[in-house]
Ligand binder design. Structure first.
Ligand code: PXP
Length: 254
């Protein structure tokens, strides 16, 4: 039996974090002294084998800006996955940009990064409204959820083609072997429930060059979305090597 390779979506938000750290007030995002350009990072990631590019346009615009998304949309050859909060503002932006997919995420201004999964059980009506509008525009919808059966069941009821399992709790438990096993089991169970329901299983958050050795064993994985570790590694090795190494580790374990 042959198994399909696990795809890699490279989240390039933190290239914009670096730019914004110095050039927050500058109107332009490319050329001249304003570096790095997230589009250049996206194109390098694609050349290195990324299967898609992910960006998160946050309400506070702390990293990626609208202009980045539009430029990336025009120029990449793989898929654009837009992470977004369930707001009307983001809905109309997504309908304008028409990414290949959106991943609906919770958003909290105070968080450093997306801290928990979207509570699709508690926010079912709002999620359903956004998911319906996206489906109507031909944009695939993914829900970024904690690995809980109840959350997966609602994703199935809303007929979402993808979920993205939040691997943050697993990553944070790395040094506590018992808890790590528990979190891994939760991920495996949620992935199996999703697969039984015909939903494709993505995963992301906190995946790095070490823990990917276990993450890759979650059953039914379709795609991993990875940002921080790849961008951090690229400072030492360049984007080409940091993407290639992650793809190797994901699919071959070495
Ligand atoms: N997937 C989602 C939905 C996210 O919000 C993030 C963080 O922006 C990631 C994946 C990537 O996480 P990391 O940067 O820790 O690899």
């Amino acid at each position: 039996m042959t198994t399909n390779p696990i795809l890699l979506g490279v989240n390039i938000d933190h290239s914009a974090t670096l730019r914004q750290a110095r050039y927050r007030e500058y109107p332009q995002t490319c050329g001249g002294i304003v570096e790095p350009d997230p589009l250049a990072v996206a194109l390098l990631a694609e050349q290195a084998g990324a299967d898609g590019i992910t960006v998160h346009l946050r309400e506070d615009r702390r990293h990626i800006q609208e202009r980045d998304v539009l430029r990336i949309r025009e120029s990449i050859r793989t898929r654009l996955n837009l992470e977004m909060a369930c707001t009307d503002e983001m809905l109309s932006f997504a309908l304008q940009v028409k990414p290949d997919s959106v991943c609906l995420v919770p958003e909290n201004r105070a968080e450093v990064s997306t801290e928990g999964g979207l509570d699709v059980v508690g926010q079912r009506d709002r999620v359903a409204k956004i998911a319906d509008a996206m489906a109507g525009a031909g944009i695939a919808v993914s829900l970024f959820i904690d690995p809980e059966e109840a959350q997966v069941e609602v994703a199935a009821e809303l007929q979402c083609p993808y979920i993205e399992l939040h691997t943050g709790a697993f990553a944070n438990a790395w040094h506590n072997v018992g808890l790590r096993r528990q979190e891994f089991t939760r991920l495996c169970l949620a992935a199996s429930v999703a697969d039984d329901a015909g939903i494709k299983v993505n995963a992301g958050h906190g995946i790095n060059y070490i823990n990917v050795a276990e993450v890759r064993k979650i059953p039914h994985l379709y795609e991993l979305n990875i940002g921080h570790s790849i961008l951090c590694r690229s400072i030492l090795t360049g984007i080409d090597e940091s993407v290639r190494e992650m793809k190797r580790l994901m699919n071959y374990g070495c």
